[in-house]
Ligand binder design. Structure first.
Ligand code: UTP
Length: 290
């Protein structure tokens, strides 16, 4: 069995659901209290044992590269003012992993962004962590999917059950339970109409793919929204040979949506070691006033 050593983080979307913030600021760089969303995602990949990471970016997203680079002037200033903890933190970010970058020249969809990783991936299985899905929990979501991949050696999609009245925003999967939290999936559809819903299980931000996906993506026509959908490519393989769906544990925050950004900031703020208690009393007072 080939071990999964590489991860791809697509971060080249236009982020239209969180405009105007994303006019110049990539949503992947939105801070959740004091850490950009994409750093959580890189840390999840690293905690799952992955060291080689490709971030797919586009025009105007250079600050993602800067964030994972050294910052000599800042480091010196922190050193001079004896803030060595902060200096070490800044340096650690640049040593998290071997981070590579490639540009998706046009935002043609998530499937197309994954296709940009073809040369980086080569002939190996790889993880995909969507750049605007922050998942927080005891065991990294990516590691949970990797465990299933090591056992079954098939494409694994990370799923969650979503409320029935919201499934139209996501994908819907045809699933059959194999055992606790693991399902066989033989069909799926992106952003279904009510009559097309197969279940409330939806792909949520993580998957483990095999390199045969690249040929399939190349042959996949643009789907919903005129974009090359990764779901459509995975569907082709699911229909042919089946894929597995793993219902991972952990809370997912959709940083590509306004409510997701707020939920992440509030919930992570409440457990933040430095300001958690202060923030909790602020919220309590605010609720009293409301
Ligand atoms: P989304 O569909 O949530 O991102 O893709 P979007 O296109 O930015 O969303 P809108 O405009 O608000 O509807 C999930 C992930 O895939 C990346 C995004 O950056 C996000 O992290 N993506 C999406 C790409 O890398 N390239 C694309 O062409 C589209």
């Amino acid at each position: 069995m080939q071990k999964v050593r590489k991860a791809v983080i697509p971060a080249a979307g236009l982020g239209t659901r969180v405009l105007p913030a994303t006019k110049v600021l990539p949503k992947e760089m939105f801070p959740i209290v004091d850490k950009p969303a994409i750093q959580y995602i890189v840390e999840e990949a690293v905690a799952s044992g992955i060291r080689d990471i490709l971030i797919v970016t586009n025009r105007g997203k250079n600050i993602i590269e800067d964030h994972f680079d050294r910052a000599p002037e800042l480091e010196q200033r922190l050193f001079d003012s004896e803030k060595n903890n902060l200096r070490d933190q800044a340096i650690d970010i640049s040593n998290l992993a071997n981070i590579h970058f490639i540009r998706q020249k046009e935002s043609k969809g998530l499937g197309h962004a994954v296709l940009c990783a073809k040369t980086f991936v080569g002939d190996e299985p790889f993880a995909v962590l969507y750049g605007d899905d922050v998942i927080v929990g005891e065991e990294p979501a990516c590691a949970q999917l990797l465990k299933a991949y090591e056992k079954f050696e098939k494409i694994i999609v990370g799923v969650k059950k979503v409320p029935e009245d919201e499934i139209f925003k996501y994908s819907s999967l045809k699933v059959k339970r194999i055992n606790n939290g693991i399902f066989e999936c033989v069909d799926m559809i992106e952003k279904p109409k009510a009559s097309q819903v197969m279940s409330c299980y939806s792909i949520q931000g993580r998957c483990i793919l095999t390199p045969d996906i690249f040929d399939v993506i190349s042959e996949t026509s643009p789907g919903k929204g005129g974009e090359v959908q990764l779901t459509d490519a995975i569907r082709t393989i699911a229909r042919k040979s089946g894929v597995l769906a793993v219902e991972y544990s952990g809370k997912r925050y959709d940083i590509g949506s306004k409510i997701g950004v707020l939920e992440a900031c509030v919930e992570m703020g409440l457990v933040h070691p430095e300001i958690g208690e202060e923030f909790k009393s602020y919220l309590k007072n605010l609720i009293r006033v409301c």
